[in-house]
Structures are given as structure tokens and as C-alpha cells.
Design a protein around this ligand. Structure first.
Ligand code: FES
Length: 72
């Protein structure tokens, strides 16, 4: 699914760069350009970063439903 319409960036691309070490909005923006135009994708990008962080903390696979992530 396309998250950033301005840059044609998908959730898969965002998850990939987050998995490779981009753990902030600035880092994801540097890699993919998300949020650098209209900024409407910022909330969704942040959610994907937080999802990855929560998954790492409890050991769940990224994208898997996790009670830890839901409680946060
Ligand atoms: S939708 Fe991402 S910058 Fe516009």
C-alpha cells in the first residue's frame, strides 16, 4: 500500500528501511523522502516506525499482531 503519495513510497519500502536501521522520521525521510513534501504521510510513517520498535522489544515478527504493541 502506498503511504506517501508525493514520493510514491509503500509501507513495504518503509518497513525495509526501518528494518535496516532507520529508526526515526529523519532517517526514513533521508532514505525515501517521506514527509518532505505535503507531510500528510508523517503519522503513518511514525506508526510504522513505532510498530517496528514495539515488535523488536517483545520479539514479535514485524507486522504481526502483538498484545504489547496494542497496549502501548
Ligand atoms: S504524502 Fe508524503 S510528503 Fe506528501
Amino acid at each position: 500500500m502506498i503511504i506517501c503519495i508525493c514520493r510514491a513510497v509503500s509501507d513495504r519500502q518503509i518497513r525495509a528501511v526501518v528494518s535496516q536501521g532507520a529508526h526515526s522520521m529523519a532517517q526514513v525521510r533521508a532514505e525515501l523522502g517521506t514527509g518532505g513534501c505535503c507531510g500528510k504521510c508523517t503519522r503513518q510513517v511514525r506508526e510504522l516506525i513505532e510498530e517496528h520498535s514495539a515488535a523488536q522489544q517483545c520479539g514479535q515478527a514485524v507486522g504481526a499482531a502483538c498484545a504489547c504493541a496494542l497496549a502501548a
